[in-house]
Ligand binder design. Structure first.
Ligand code: SAH
Length: 395
């Protein structure tokens, strides 16, 4: 079926009986058949010749990402079926909801049994991101399958993988439209509008993973003075405004993010004087600000992208949260997050706990937050859980 066969060392088949989708390079005893090229579809067998799975090969510590644990062709029909399941699930959850909500994640890698692939939907545009050479090579097939599954619901497919593919793979990737190319760049989330800059923005252009957490914030915003730190395109800010906040200050070190935030606030609350935005470094801003805010959001970028820098990252979370505890008004609420995959829930909580203790404030945990249903975690791949948040009441 495939040109190359990867044979596992004895005993290494166990994790695949539990459907874990990664074959680490250390688990491989030998390769038979053709010498594989990065991105090839390869077959994996145990040392006794039993079929284990079929997946994408790549150079690195994860050698194969399993696409199927039964022998199938990885072709248009395969991708169509997987996308169909993913789409049906989002529809059944009510995420595709006309003008009220049309921004959601359609494919969340391993969580949707499509390791290495991310697809976000913004109204009639799909933004597709490959994290593996295999998905990069499959991009045209994927685009065709996606159009077949979603039909008239999408007019554009933008492929954006310049920064997400392993650079050593030298795939000469370009960001490009695989379908369509023009149109409106606005989408809605829970009835709020925003522009999505998938061409130049971070990730696919918007952080759809905070949808539920923004809704929760809306409920707690009435009459509060809100600081949205690391605001990016301002998601939390416009929810806070709809929730009746007294004032909302959005801060991000990127001037472009501040521009986007202002545009998005303008889309929803034109001319509303409650909102102000500042392009500044988080630590500088937190040092210089007064003690007026009674609702603070801290949603920083991933401080740790690798296990090696975990300790530094935990120090970073501690310092950042310590500043918020120091300054937040009595009776204030802190929404604090970490999106680093390598930082566990326990480690994040410990960093925040240490920061709270340092400040000497009385702190209660009101909510423990995570990623929403359109970023599902494959039960066999717990590594897929990456977003962690705490909502804290600070006396
Ligand atoms: N809360 C956002 C997503 C945040 S992404 C949302 O709901 O969409 C992280 C943001 O942190 C990015 O926009 C990045 O520009 C910003 N950032 C990174 N380092 C920063 C720093 N030192 N100070 C302030 N902002 C920073």
């Amino acid at each position: 079926m495939t040109k190359s066969k990867f044979i596992l060392k004895p005993g290494k088949e166990d994790s695949f009986r539990r459907f874990h989708p990664w074959v680490f390079s250390g688990a491989i005893q030998r390769i038979v058949g053709d010498e594989p090229t990065e991105g090839d579809v390869v077959t994996v067998e145990d040392w006794q010749g039993n079929f284990v799975g079929v997946g994408h090969y790549q150079i690195g510590s994860i050698a194969v990402r399993i696409l199927s644990f039964t022998p199938v062709e990885i072709d248009l029909a395969f991708y169509r079926e997987r996308l169909q399941v993913a789409y049906q699930m989002r529809r059944s959850l009510g995420l595709e909801n006309g003008d009220y909500n049309n921004a959601y994640r359609l494919v969340h890698g391993e969580g949707d049994n499509l390791p290495g692939l991310i697809i976000d939907i913004y109204r009639n545009t799909a933004v597709m991101q490959a994290h593996s050479p295999g998905m990069h090579y499959a991009r045209h097939t994927l685009a065709q399958a996606l159009k077949e599954v979603m039909g008239d619901m999408i007019d554009n497919i933008y492929y954006k993988s310049e920064t997400t593919l392993p650079y050593k793979a030298a795939l000469e990737q370009e960001n490009e439209y695989l379908l369509g190319g023009v149109g409106d760049d606005t989408a809605t989330e829970n009835g709020l509008k925003f522009h999505v800059d998938w061409l130049r923005g971070q990730k696919t252009g918007f952080f759809v993973d905070q949808r539920e957490n923004r809704s929760l914030l809306e409920r707690y915003s009435r009459n509060r003075k809100v600081l949205n730190m690391f605001c990016y395109t301002g998601g939390f800010s416009f929810y806070a405004m709809r929730g009746g906040a007294e004032l909302v200050h959005s801060v991000d070190s990127s001037a472009k993010a501040i521009d986007l935030t202002c545009q998005n606030v303008e889309l929803n609350f034109p001319g509303d004087p409650r909102h102000q935005a500042f392009a500044e470094d988080a630590f500088k801003y937190l040092d210089a600000m007064g003690s007026n805010y009674d609702l603070i959001i801290l949603d920083p970028p991933a401080f740790a992208k690798h296990r090696k820098v975990l300790n530094n990252a935990l120090q970073g979370y501690r310092k950042l949260n310590a500043k918020a505890f120091e300054k937040i008004r009595p009776g204030g609420i802190l929404f604090t997050f970490s999106c680093s995959q390598v930082v566990s829930k326990e480690n994040f909580r410990l960093a925040v706990f240490t920061a709270a203790a340092q400040s000497g404030r009385k702190v209660r945990i009101l909510h423990q937050l995570t990623q929403p249903a359109d970023h599902p975690v494959n039960i066999y791949h717990p590594e897929g859980e990456y977003l962690k948040g705490l909502v804290l009441y600070v006396e």
